[in-house]
Design a protein around this ligand. Structure first.
Ligand code: FAD
Length: 578
């Protein structure tokens, strides 16, 4: 049976701030386990479970304000027999999505909290790939480092971004291989699947990596404070943990607080069938149909995952092309593959509103020029935009300058306040984990007085669709717009021996160079593109030419041979192409 756990009435106010969710979807719980904590007046109150079972769904986000009687999470399980603590009757819910009880759990009141006064050389706010990498580098350089993390080490990347999505991509890749077994002379295998088990595997991968980061913190003597941090002054952070309050004084502070899914101000967005990128990662039951709003990287990765699992997918993209940042030729190739696989795509189309259909399902109303398109879907995935985590951190108090929604930094990643740096998503440069980590290195170097500028001319990125896309440097259009006399070399996977042997002949490598052959951009669509891109990144980062690449010996047979072949094509002709 499903039990909704509601926000209980704890005093006179009608809503309370949820300061911590102590469980996650899929987690097994027993009677008495802590579910969440809320801020009620000056006290923190914890709500405990009266049920044993599994957390089926988290319905709200941490730090949101929840009205009394609104559901916070759903437990699938059974009512427990024992109650160790005082029980509070929860008010009758205003709405409920599942059957079962209406109890809000029971709570205790924590007034006494431990107080800590700490000092260090470098304090880091946020333990994502920006923050934790900066911490390790700082500690390796002999600095005393404290990391403040309000949720889990690894941040978005490990917990709700890069790693969980790629765990699912891998499950689907294996499924696709099984489905195409006959093509490899292996006979027919039935590939059946269980999304719940795929999610369990994803969670195991995430847990293993998150605990690995914890070990790295320990082995580098880095203190991790689990709590929300905010500035008291330019050298002091106040940290509010579950059972402690800390004052952390530091000579230098790095802000690495990342981002979260943005909420679109669209009518119907609060429909329970609308998912964001965090929620979709814990979806345990496949819908029959899904509208994906946003044909960017995350939207297209999920479009291919869900399509492989048999979901009818429709992508709605506001720009004239999906993957608007990608070289047009490459984006068109992926668009064609997607359509061949049965993914429907509407470009130049804008989400107007979402409505519930009376007998089930949802209507997604989309504006395309003068036309209105009505799409029907069981679930809707919103993959547009990220909101930067800059609120409630006292940035105004210490006068940190902002640029639009981001923290403004100079080339050394320092804010306008001396000694305070901002790295990763929160500085609004690139929203990529490896950029966050590289910025972490640079910030530490600058704290050590090495005066290093952050360079962005050779930032690679990878898109884990099927086939994959990977790129670095300029698109063809960007190179032309910048006034280069652009030379192009291309080589198809279909003409490469290893690609054919692997049965992965879709795609091509495209090299963009200037009139002297200096490589400006590299674009790969095809099998293992993400593993090939570092070679072109190295070339661009070091100002290499196509001649430098063709003078390099590539092992045979490898798919990487497509790269020198494409380089041959810049001024002449590829060797293995008629
Ligand atoms: P985050 O990873 O967001 O970490 C910030 C941390 O700060 C969080 O743990 C948060 O809890 C903590 N925090 C926030 N405020 C406070 C506070 N006041 N006190 C204490 N702690 C605080 N990038 C790639 O490069 N490759 C990919 O394949 C990729 N896939 C993605 C897929 C999805 C679905 C998503 C959503 C993102 C993906 N990204 C990918 C982007 C990548 O995850 C982010 O760019 C990266 O995580 C940013 O790192 P960060 O350290 O800046 O911030």
């Amino acid at each position: 049976m499903n039990y909704d756990i509601f926000m209980p009435k704890l005093g006179t106010t009608s809503k309370y701030k949820l300061t911590r969710i102590s469980v996650e979807a899929g987690q097994e719980i027993k009677v008495g386990d802590k579910l969440f904590e809320v801020e009620a007046g000056k006290a923190s109150k914890a709500v405990y479970s009266e049920y044993q079972g599994v957390i089926k769904e988290l319905l709200v986000e941490e730090f949101s304000e929840i009205e009394v009687g609104k559901p916070v999470l759903i437990i699938e399980g059974e009512e427990g027999q024992t109650k160790e603590k005082e029980t509070v009757a929860a008010p009758k819910p205003q709405s409920t999505t599942s059957k079962g009880g209406i109890k809000g759990g029971y709570f205790d009141i924590k007034i006494k909290k431990a107080k800590k006064d700490m000092t260090c050389d470098i304090a880091i706010l946020g333990g994502g790939p920006g923050g934790y990498v900066a911490a390790i580098k700082g500690a390796q350089e002999g600095k005393k480092v404290i990391v403040i993390e309000k949720d889990k080490l690894g941040g978005t990347c490990l917990n709700r971004g890069c790693i969980p999505t790629k765990a699912l991509v891998r499950s689907v890749e294996v499924l696709e291989n099984i489905k195409s077994s006959e093509k490899y002379g292996l006979g027919k295998f039935e590939g059946n699947y269980d999304l719940g088990k795929m999610i369990d595997r994803k969670n195991q991968v995430v847990e293993q990596l998150v605990s690995g980061i914890g070990n790295l913190m320990e082995s580098n003597n880095i203190t991790v404070l689990y709590g929300a941090g905010k500035f008291e002054d330019k050298n002091t952070l106040l940290v509010e943990g579950k059972d402690f309050d800390a004052t952390v004084k530091a000579e230098n502070i790095i802000i690495a607080t990342g981002s979260r899914p943005a909420v679109l101000p669209i009518p119907g967005i609060d429909n329970p069938n609308v998912l964001n990128s965090t929620e979709i990662l814990d979806m345990r039951k496949l819908p029959s149909s899904m509208v994906i709003v946003g044909g960017g990287v995350i939207g297209m990765e999920f479009a291919f995952i869900l399509n492989s699992l048999g979901v009818q997918v429709t992508v709605v993209e506001m720009m004239p092309q999906i993957l608007s940042i990608v070289d047009q030729e490459v984006a068109e190739e992926l668009h064609n593959v997607a359509i061949t696989k049965g993914i429907r795509i509407h470009t130049s189309a804008k989400l107007e509103r979402i409505e519930k259909i009376e007998n089930g399902g949802n209507l997604v109303i989309v504006e395309k020029g003068d036309q209105k398109i009505n799409l029907v879907a069981e679930k809707i995935f919103i993959s547009i935009g990220r909101a930067l985590n800059t609120e409630d951190m006292g940035l105004e108090k210490i006068g940190v300058e902002m640029e639009k929604r981001a923290i403004k930094v100079d080339k050394y990643l320092q804010t306008n306040v001396e000694g305070i740096y901002a790295i990763g998503d929160v500085n609004g440069q690139y929203m990529l984990a490896h950029v966050a980590s590289t910025e972490g290195f640079i910030a530490i170097d600058n704290i050590l007085g090495k005066e290093k500028k952050m360079e962005y001319h050779a930032v690679p990125s990878a898109i884990f669709t099927h086939p994959e896309i990977a790129c670095v440097g300029l698109t063809e259009k960007e190179a032309v717009d910048k006034g280069f006399e652009v030379k192009i070399g291309k080589f198809p996977y279909a003409a490469n021996g290893k690609s054919l042997a692997a049965g992965e002949e879709a795609g091509f490598v495209k090299i963009i160079a200037d009139e002297h052959g200096k490589i400006l951009g590299g674009w790969i669509i095809g099998y293992s593109a993400s593993d090939l891109i570092p070679q072109i990144t190295l070339a661009i980062n070091n100002g290499l030419t196509v001649e430098d690449v063709v003078n390099t010996i590539y092992a045979h047979p490898t798919i990487s041979e497509c790269i020198p072949e494409a380089c041959h094509g810049v001024f002449g002709h590829p060797i293995h192409l008629p």
